[in-house]
Design a protein around this ligand. Structure first.
Ligand code: NI
Length: 173
């Protein structure tokens, strides 16, 4: 995949989410499976916060600073501290979409030189803006998979289906 392919794939996330969230009841949205996994609602607030405080900030700093050191974000801790599962859905979804669109506006103008700008992302190590795009899409896809399992589980059609671990390091960045 080329950088433009990643950017195109990232631009599909708002519709991917909107199309799936319309017909869910409050109970379905807030349903938390055993084992400390995120609910659907927690996934959306997590995506909103990581879009703004994670990827958005990382992108801005990589473009503006010389080799910035970018801190890790603990998604599980944010979910608890900010009581994601007691919030409303719509602000999270709206603000995620708004933030994604603002980030896409920057991404669509990136030059080859900017794609090669470097920094250090904890705990992964050295990254470039180009690599950040890959991680960003991986993060979208990880959460879409988790949401699909939750959609299935909350419809009761496949109760043996366990969502993937929200608290694994892979999903936190
Ligand atoms: Ni995540």
């Amino acid at each position: 995949m080329k950088p433009n392919d990643f950017i195109a794939a990232l631009s599909e996330m708002p519709d991917n989410l909107k199309n799936r969230l319309g017909n869910l009841s409050d109970a379905q949205l807030r349903f938390k499976p055993d084992g400390g996994y995120f609910s659907i609602l927690e996934n959306i607030w997590h995506l909103r916060d990581i879009e703004i405080e994670g990827y958005g900030i990382r992108l801005q700093r990589l473009l503006a600073e010389q080799h910035p050191r970018l801190p890790d974000l603990n998604g599980g801790q944010l979910a608890r501290e900010r009581h994601y599962n007691q919030q409303a859905l719509q602000p999270a979804l709206n603000e995620f979409i708004q933030a994604r669109q603002a980030n896409l506006t920057i991404l669509e103008k990136l030059t080859a030189t900017q794609l090669g700008r470097t920094g250090y992302l904890e705990p992964l190590g050295e990254i470039t803006v180009g690599r950040l795009l890959e991680l960003w899409l991986e993060h979208d896809r990880g959460h879409i998979q988790e949401l699909e399992k939750l959609w299935t589980a909350t419809r009761g059609t496949n109760s043996t289906h366990k969502p993937g671990p929200s608290v694994s390091r892979q999903n936190l960045r």
